[in-house]
Write a protein that binds this ligand. Structure first.
Ligand code: CA
Length: 227
């Protein structure tokens, strides 16, 4: 799949954490490549030319700080978001002037990490026209988490917002409730698919005629293809 928002290299040796990060970034529209150690990460930067690197400091062998130092030594200034388990590591990072763009401290919320990646990329790219998703009278700004119908701003919960953006980014594609649960909520097994119906109903009641979500009987939900 062609990444919609850029490719992010995630460097993390703990598979479970790497997987959570990968899933959340992918859900936010990023392409994701995962590396489990420093040498693999350096090779992956050279091979994939990612837009940003999420770099765990605590790696076996070559640690995250050393990985970043080697990138910079090779005149590679790909934006880096450090992930750390310890506050004192941050002092080291900042003291080295590695051009690290930001950091998050474990345990972090996946939502926060995705937001930080977004801001690191925005800073790296400089001011530009923000992405605005549109469907008839509906306008959604994913970066600012804001939604308008005509010119009136509408308040959505975080989950309603994520569901709407997920579908808007994939117009015309039909998603089963189980798929939406695993893509938007991030889990599938334990929660009833009824949860999806409830959130769609809430979105429809808030967006009224501007709701682009249609029910595909016996299958699931989709957003109408524009134009
Ligand atoms: Ca680690």
């Amino acid at each position: 799949m062609q990444p919609e928002r850029g490719l992010v290299l995630v460097v993390e040796d703990e598979v479970a954490i790497a997987d959570v990060i990968r899933r959340n970034l992918a859900q936010a529209g990023y392409g994701v490549v995962v590396a489990g150690d420093g040498p693999t990460a350096l090779a992956a930067v050279a091979k994939h030319r990612p837009s940003a690197v999420v770099l765990d400091i605590g790696l076996p062998g070559l640690d995250g700080i050393e990985v970043c130092r080697r990138l910079r030594a090779g005149n590679d200034w790909t934006p880096v978001l450090f992930v750390t388990a310890r506050d004192d590591e941050i002092d080291r990072v900042l003291g080295l002037e590695l051009g690290a763009d930001d950091y998050v401290v474990k345990p972090f919320s996946p939502r926060e990490l995705v937001a930080r990646v977004g801001s690191v990329l925005r800073r790296a790219r400089g001011p530009q026209t923000p992405e605005l998703l549109r469907a008839a009278d509906l306008a959604v700004d994913p970066a600012e988490h804001r939604v308008w119908v005509a010119d009136t701003e509408v308040d959505l919960t975080a989950t309603e917002f994520d569901l709407l953006v997920f579908l808007l980014r994939r117009p015309g594609r039909v998603f089963a409730r189980e798929q939406l649960l695993s893509e938007v909520w991030g889990y599938a097994a334990t929660t009833s698919t009824r949860t999806v119906d409830v959130h769609v109903a809430q979105l429809r009641s808030k967006l009224r005629e501007a709701s682009p979500i249609r029910t595909v009987r016996g299958v699931g939900y989709a957003v109408r293809q524009q134009r």
